[in-house]
Design a protein around this ligand. Structure first.
Ligand code: GUN
Length: 293
C-alpha cells in the first residue's frame, strides 16, 4: 500500500504556483487576488477560509476576507458579490458554503461573474466542464486529478465508483474520471445515499472516490484487493484520547481498508490539501485570463 501524500504533492504544486506568480509579475502581470466571503461563524468554515487566506500570503497572492453576519439577507449578500464582480483588483471570488438556511446558495453562486468563479461552481463553469471546454474546475475534484497525475496513476479502462452526488465533488468527479484523457478514461458508476446494495458496486471498483460525508462509511468488506481509495470526507468524531476531545476522520475506515489497497489518501493530509491547490491554480488562471482582456 502506498499513501497518496497530500503534504508532498501540495508542497510540490505550491512551489510551482509560487514561481509562476513571480514570473507573471516579473512580466508585468498584476498580483493575483482572491476575495473570500464568510457568512456567519461556522467553525469548520472559519478554518477552511482561514487556511485559504493563509495560503494566499504564502504563495504571493493578495487576498480579501469579507466577514458578513449570519442574518444578512440574500439580496444584501448578492450586492456584496456584485461589488467584488466590479472590483478590478479582485480576480477570484469564493463564497464559503454552507450558507445560512434563509439564503439560496444557487442564487448567490449564480451572481458570481463566471470570469471570477475560481470555485468552479457557477452553471457556466460546470457546463463548460461537462462539455470538456477550458474552464475553472471545482477545486476538490481538480485537486484529486492533480494528485492522480502526480503519482502517474493510469486510470484508463478502470472502473471508478464515486460515492456521493454533490455538485461540488461527487458529480464533477464522475465527469472528470470519464472524460477522454488521463487521469480519466475510466468507466464510472455514481452511487449515493439511495443506492441499493452499495457493496455490489464498490467491490468491483478499481478506484473508489468516497465523498458521502459519513465517518468511516467505506469498510474493508466493501473494497476489492488492490483498489485505489480517494477519501474526500472530513468528519469530526469524538476521541477521548485527544486534548481537544475529537479528531478528524474520513469517509473510509482507514485502519482496516489501507492494508488492502494499492493507494490510499489519508485524512487529514490527503485530499483537503489538494483542494487548496485547485483553488490557487484557478485564481492564478483567472488573473492571467483577466490580464489578457
Ligand atoms: N464548502 C465545502 N467545500 C467548499 C469549497 O470547495 N468551496 C466553498 N466555497 N465552500 C465549500
Amino acid at each position: 500500500m502506498q499513501l497518496l501524500d497530500g503534504v508532498l504533492v501540495s508542497g510540490h504544486i505550491k512551489e510551482q504556483i509560487k514561481q509562476e506568480v513571480k514570473d507573471w509579475q516579473a512580466g508585468g502581470g498584476k498580483q493575483p487576488h482572491l476575495a473570500a466571503i464568510l457568512v456567519g461563524n461556522n467553525p469548520a468554515s472559519e478554518a477552511y477560509v482561514g487556511s485559504k487566506v493563509k495560503h494566499c500570503e504564502e504563495l504571493g497572492f493578495g487576498s480579501t476576507l469579507l466577514r458578513l453576519p449570519a442574518n444578512i439577507t440574500e439580496a444584501q449578500l448578492i450586492d456584496e458579490v456584485n461589488k467584488l464582480n466590479n472590483n478590478d483588483e479582485v480576480d477570484g471570488i469564493l463564497v464559503q458554503l454552507p450558507l445560512p438556511n434563509h439564503i439560496s446558495p444557487d442564487a448567490v453562486i449564480n451572481a458570481i461573474h463566471p470570469d471570477k468563479d475560481v470555485d468552479g461552481f457557477h452553471p457556466i463553469s460546470q457546463g463548460r466542464m461537462l462539455l470538456g471546454q477550458p474552464t475553472f474546475l471545482p477545486a476538490t475534484p481538480y485537486g484529486i486529478m492533480l494528485m492522480l497525475e502526480y503519482y502517474k496513476i493510469d486510470t484508463t479502462g478502470m472502473h471508478c465508483v464515486v460515492i456521493g452526488r454533490s455538485n461540488i465533488v461527487g458529480t464533477p468527479m464522475t465527469i472528470l474520471m470519464s472524460r477522454a484523457g488521463n487521469p480519466g478514461n475510466a468507466t464510472v458508476t455514481m452511487c449515493h445515499s439511495k443506492t441499493k446494495n452499495l457493496k455490489d458496486f464498490t467491490r468491483s471498483a478499481d478506484i473508489i472516490v468516497a465523498a458521502i460525508g459519513r465517518p468511516r462509511y467505506v469498510t474493508a468488506d466493501m473494497v476489492k484487493e488492490g483498489a485505489i481509495i480517494i477519501d474526500v470526507g472530513i468528519n469530526r468524531v469524538d476521541d477521548a484520547t485527544k486534548k481537544s476531545g475529537s479528531r478528524l476522520v474520513g469517509d473510509v475506515d482507514f485502519d482496516n481498508v489501507a492494508p488492502l489497497c494499492s493507494y490510499i489518501t489519508p485524512v487529514p493530509k490527503g485530499v483537503g490539501l489538494m483542494t487548496i491547490c485547485g483553488l490557487m491554480k484557478n485564481t492564478l488562471l483567472a488573473a492571467k485570463l483577466r490580464g489578457k482582456k
